[in-house]
Design a protein around this ligand. Sequence first.
Ligand SMILES: [Fe+2]
Length: 319
Amino acid sequence: MATNVITPHQANPVASPTTVPDEAPTVSFLSNSSTTASVNIEAKAPIEAIRALFDHLHASTDDVSKLNATYAHRGVMKTAALHKTESDQKFTIDLSPMRNTRIPQELRDSLDPHGLGEVLNFFDKLSADYVPTILDSLSLLAGTDLSAAHKSYNMNYRLCDYNPHTADPESSNGCGAHTDYGTFSIIFQDGTSGLELEETPGTWVPVPGDATVVLTGWCAVILSGGRVSAAKHRVRRTPGVRRISAVLFVAPDLDVKLQPLGAAQPVKSFSDSIMRGDLDVETFKEVMGKRWRYREGNEEMENGDSISQDNEIEKMVWG
Ligand SMILES: [Fe+2]
């Protein structure tokens, strides 16, 4: 059983180990530690199936075209790293419960032997088994019930292939430093190191390559009134080494107003706009998405837009 870390730092834990329900899967808190919570996630990502799916799609431009046509707005498989040296040097496949329903049977029949069915089953079971428990545990940290803001299971399933065969094979930039936008993300890895967390500004700590990690994001910070904070993270590449990962992103419902929930006073000072509830999740995702798509090479920035993801967001959140 792996021990998995929920970061980041919890200055004033509102939960103690005795307050956490102990039914499986267990989520327990490590009090008095800079790392405040651990989750025992027994699920194992189907790394072989993910690798096989990428291998098939790297070789079959026809199936990539068909897959991308199911979500023409942004596509499903992102390959900007093939021709952009400055962007994150990785390939991704972005799925979700909604997108999965758009994959026609003929395409599923073509992709299932290459791992698609196994991958989708994994994420469906993972989300059913773990999302409610993790939300309950985060609610304890947050001091308020987060489940009411997560009724629709706004989730995305992401597969990542940090593949050596990109536009810049020598680049160490697998994924640039950023903080996830949503409530939490669960990252599964194939045993290869590269994921790093920023423990204090400028100090990056490697995460063991076989750890499964739960990271909180901006929406958790805001909804919890600052009781939960969010870790900046990045992925460093080792030239010539392939690394596969799978990520489940969980966010609040799109119409939720992003402001501190519950009666308790926020423990951090938020911008007036956040306190008024001007910003909903859908708008916030759009603002952040523009920046992460730029970093990943999948969208150009317009004149005047900043390439910095976190600084802009911090201004918006903290004022
Ligand atoms: Fe991330």
